[in-house]
Design a protein around this ligand. Structure first.
Ligand code: GLC
Length: 502
């Protein structure tokens, strides 16, 4: 059987507001992305995933959609979108767009109508709230002028749809067709384990985001994905869908990727695992046992960047571990999702001034949680302030970049042999060569304490998460280390790809 393009694809997440600004207003846009496509081609990724660029009041960075079939003027126009897709395709890059079906913006015409009293059944209105809490903090219910309450599992500006109303299904099928007709190769489905709520909206005892509960992971949601799969399959060109499924259970994850449902689902287990060979081994084993097509991800626009997550009191550890984890991830069977800026080794920006913060998590937790702005700081393309090449001219970007971004800029790393950017380029180029020759399956090799060794055909990957150097497994050639090796020793916080000719 032909292997579908997405099975081994490396997909690069573009947080549209923060990638590249062509218009000069300090906010990233579609034309900016188009100008940078050659950079992405050269980096060696197969596809880009664009976070929402639809008309939105931006209460949650665009995950509050007011019109599912347009482009917010801040990001450009439909013509810019078409031009971006055409240029990406010319360069051999696929394009995935984000679909937000759990909720709309409160500015969506349907919700505006509901506020006026008509069509409330498209959302979830009740006379009395239950005890559900919003994922971002505070009650999940907001009262409207006539006394009723509506449900929002995220911000009050993001009312949840009622998926028990057929009209909602029809609207989203139309939206998918709209983007498929414009040539997109796939969809990333926001909060894919949401959509349906348990009948009767029973109270919950505590709640964990992503645990199957009256709020998340209802069985009815699978009917939606079956319907969407039939639509995707009716288009030529292997159109795909990847679900954002937060769940702590691999079996639950597997239900979203049954053969007649989504093609892929994110697998956040690796991203949530501590820096430990044992933890990585368990995540890899459980994932490969549960799903036919695995995906891997270390960072995205919702979590602290992995370089910072892996930091210890020892300077340099975070970056060394981030590079090692990348090499291990890219050696695994399946597809890998990268987040913009990780190829530059960007850290989380932890000292943003409160006045600059925009994430609703910061506001709804009354400042107790810093929120996600720290991983959304605009990309440094060049050394020079004020925007490090993100915006043209002297424009300040929408979130301030720290001075340390100059050293991490593309300009500074390009052509520098041991830079993180050149390391990513080498790893992705090698992976492209190897993917066709090695089997999809993986075998464990005996590994010393603290380390993890595995083999796929001629490729061996070794990662050392321990505190002492370990001897490399038997090999014929060193293909790529994530940091310096000491002869045949793999130092702590380092990974390596080796070739073994059998
Ligand atoms: C997803 C998005 C996140 C957003 C939330 C609500 O988790 O990735 O950024 O805030 O959904 O739409």
């Amino acid at each position: 059987m032909e292997i579908p393009w997405w099975r081994d694809a490396v997909v690069y997440e573009i947080y549209v507001r923060s990638f590249a600004d062509a218009s000069g207003d300090g906010v990233g846009d579609l034309a900016g992305i188009r100008e940078r496509l050659p950079y992405l081609r050269r980096l060696g990724v197969d596809a880009i995933w664009l976070t929402p660029f639809y008309p939105s009041p931006m209460a949650d960075g665009g995950y509050d959609v007011a019109d599912y079939r347009g482009v917010d003027p801040m990001f450009g126009s439909l013509a810019d979108f078409d031009a971006l897709v055409a240029s990406a395709h010319e360069l051999g890059l696929r394009v995935i767009v984000d679909i937000v079906p759990n909720h709309s913006s409160s500015e969506h015409p349907w919700f505006q109508e509901a506020l006026r009293g008509a069509g409330r059944d498209r959302y979830i209105f009740r006379d009395e709230p239950n005890n559900w809490q919003s994922t971002f903090g505070g009650s999940a219910w907001t009262q409207v002028a006539d006394g009723q309450y509506y449900l929002h599992l995220f911000a009050p500006a993001q009312p949840d749809f009622n998926w028990r109303n057929r009209e909602v299904h029809e609207m989203f099928l139309d939206v998918l067709r709209f983007w498929l007709d414009r040539g997109v190769d796939g969809f990333r489905i926001d909060v894919a384990m949401g959509l349906y709520k348990a009948e009767g909206l029973p109270d919950v005892d505590g709640q964990a985001f992503g645990t199957v509960s009256p709020m998340w992971g209802r069985p009815e949601v699978h009917g939606v994905y079956r319907e969407w799969r039939r639509l995707l399959d009716s288009y030529p060109g292997e159109r795909m869908a990847v679900g954002e499924v937060w769940t702590d259970d691999h079996e639950d994850l597997a239900r979203y990727v049954r053969p007649d449902e989504l093609h892929q689902s994110f697998n956040f287990a690796w991203l949530q695992a501590p820096w430990s060979a044992e933890a990585f081994r368990k995540v890899i084993g459980d994932t490969l046992a549960a799903v036919p097509h695995a995906t891997w991800v270390l960072s995205n626009h919702d979590v602290v960047r992995h370089r910072t997550r892996y930091e210890t009191s020892e300077p340099g550890t975070g970056l060394a571990r981030a590079r090692a984890a990348l090499l291990a991830m890219l050696a695994l069977p399946g597809s890998a999702y990268l987040y913009q800026g990780e190829e530059l080794g960007l850290p989380e920006v932890t000292d943003l001034p409160d006045a600059a913060r925009q994430d609703p998590v910061f506001f709804q937790s009354k400042g107790e949680q810093p929120g996600r702005d720290g991983c959304r700081v605009p990309i440094p393309w060049t050394v020079d302030p004020p925007s490090h090449g993100f915006s043209p001219g002297g424009v300040e970007p929408w979130l301030p970049q720290p001075a340390s971004f100059a050293e991490l800029s593309v300009e500074k790393q390009e052509g520098v042999a041991d830079s993180t950017l050149e390391f990513y380029r080498r790893a992705l180029a090698l992976r492209r060569e190897l993917v066709g020759e090695i089997p999809y399956t993986l075998e464990w090799l005996d590994s010393p304490e603290g380390a993890l060794f595995f083999i796929r055909g001629s490729l061996i990957c070794a990662i050392n998460c321990g505190t002492a150097p370990v001897r490399l497994p038997e090999h014929d050639e060193v293909l790529l280390p994530s940091g310096p090796l000491r002869r045949d020793l793999l130092p702590p916080d380092t990974a390596v790809w080796l070739r073994r000719r059998s």
